[in-house]
Design a protein around this ligand. Structure first.
Ligand code: AMP
Ligand code: ZN
Length: 460
């Protein structure tokens, strides 16, 4: 079996991937916070995770993929102050927090489908797992890592010597600079496990707990739900680069406190999509690009997937319309070539081996794409090129097998043949008409005579 190397943020090195259980991979990817639409930056991270999952499947692994939906507990500030984003979203839109969660979850799934991103094996909503989160907090409490303030139950990060390893946090530096408002927190890095509902206000989403009515902190859902579905130590945990220093650092702290494990064997992070060299695309800025906007502008969303394939997930990527236009062109060319290659035959072993080595080299998609162009021009039978290309596409996810030129894209010469055939029929030159039909068929098109007149359809 081919070796797979993945970059592990925890150790800051490329490591050979070996599953913890033979043949199976447990994969947890932090999902969307459903108080707003996902933007193209978020979707870059989900495309990266999809490429990872497809690469693992390509290598013959059975992947159990869990993705959470954060529908409660994500506060407007990482410092555990500010409002719950769902409640804020509710005020902004006039919908209830529950309706908002359903609405944006459905929109998110639509975007995933449009980008050919596989749905996870298990979706897990935070609000469906309140009991598991309370149980997890009790476990952390029993291990002696918590304290209570007037507004919630907090994790005492000073009790965990390994705290901050993932993010290489400078704890002493943070401690020294703790002039920032910490409220009743003991250390700047402490974080909420459970927040109490404000006494003066009834929240839409709140639950009873051993500590009082309230709602879970944002990080606990991922520790609790990943443990439930994948166990307390599983293969790979992913997210965007912003998760390294806070969210994932805190997930690890919780799980270490409760189970003594660092949650996942590999930690992988996608780097940001930015608007130029410095501006990150973010939900809170409100000013962001969405898949829907691409569709409105007439772009095929898969062009954005192609755009992302041209860069390593470990580099920041600047969005540009020129870059997207270039991706549109290369996607169109690849689709047309694939279509014209006709029926698939057998896969070329040499190309397959090279492709495997590239995607297994920490998902080196730019090289895999360059190899794809080499393949389509290679001196190999058409059927072999087609089969090999479709095999590559099981990782690239560009939907090449399903693509057909649309009627408007019928080549001019086929349109001309049809016109000549109609002329021949009108003049009752039946043999000529049949010969022209054969030429149309040979060009890869099916001609159907319907009550509305002749119709052309690409042959499968
Ligand atoms: P959120 O819904 O804001 O929690 O983010 C969902 C996922 O998108 C997380 O894994 C984030 O780390 C990631 N993310 C957020 N902003 C960006 C960005 N500009 N580029 C790439 N990934 C991002
Ligand atoms: Zn998470």
């Amino acid at each position: 079996m081919a070796k797979i190397f993945l970059y592990d943020t925890y150790t800051r090195e490329l490591r050979e991937f070996q599953p913890l259980k033979p043949g199976e991979v447990g994969l947890y990817t932090c999902g969307p916070t459903v108080y707003n639409f996902a933007h193209l930056g978020n979707m870059r991270t989900y495309i990266f995770e999809d490429l990872l999952r497809r690469t693992l499947a390509f290598n013959g692994f059975q992947v159990k993929h869990v993705m959470n939906i954060t529908d409660v507990g994500h506060l407007t500030s990482d410092a555990d102050t500010g409002e719950d984003k769902m409640e804020t979203g509710s005020r902004r839109t006039g919908m209830t927090a529950w309706q908002i969660a359903d609405f944006y979850t459905a929109e998110f799934r639509k975007d995933m489908a449009r980008l050919n991103i596989f749905e996870p094996t298990i979706w897990s909503r935070a609000t469906d797992h309140i009991a598991e989160q309370i149980e997890f907090i009790r476990c952390i409490e029993a291990a002696g890592y918590t304290y209570q303030t007037s507004d919630g139950v907090y994790f005492d990060t000073s009790k965990l010597p390994s705290y901050g390893t993932l993010g290489r946090l400078d704890i002493e530096g943070l401690q020294a600079g703790m002039r920032i408002d910490m409220g009743e927190k003991h250390n700047p890095t402490d974080f909420a496990l459970w927040k109490f509902s404000p006494s003066e206000q009834k929240r839409q989403m709140e639950w009873d707990s051993p500590w009082g009515v309230g709602f879970p902190g944002w990080h606990i859902e991922c520790s609790a739900m990943s443990a439930k579905y994948l166990g307390p130590f599983f293969d790979i945990h992913c997210g965007g680069e912003d998760h390294i220093t806070v969210h994932h650092t805190n997930e690890i702290a919780q799980t270490e406190a409760c189970y003594g494990t660092r949650l996942a064997n590999f930690w992988m992070h996608a780097y940001f999509l930015q608007l130029d060299d410095s501006v990150r695309m973010s939900k809170s800025s409100g000013d962001f690009l969405r898949v829907e906007m691409l569709v409105e502008k007439g772009y095929d969303p898969l062009a954005y997937r192609m755009f992302c394939l041209n860069a390593s997930y470990r580099q920041k990527l600047n969005f540009s319309w020129d870059g997207l236009d270039a991706a549109v062109k290369s996607l169109e060319r690849l689709r047309t070539i694939c279509f014209e290659l006709g029926d698939p035959g057998s896969v070329d072993a040499g190309y397959l081996e090279r492709f495997t080595e590239m995607v297994n080299d920490d998902l080196n998609m730019p090289r895999a794409i360059a190899l794809t162009w080499e393949l389509v021009r290679a001196d190999l039978p058409q059927a072999v090129r087609k089969a090999t290309l479709l095999k590559f596409d099981s990782v690239l996810g560009l939907g090449l097998a399903d693509w057909k030129p649309s009627a408007e894209e019928t080549p001019a010469e086929v349109v001309e043949l049809l016109a000549q055939r109609q002329q021949a029929r009108a003049e009752k030159r039946w043999q000529d008409a049949d010969a022209l039909r054969d030429q149309i068929t040979a060009a890869g098109w099916e001609l159907m005579d319907t009550p509305e007149g002749p119709k052309l359809k690409p042959r499968k």
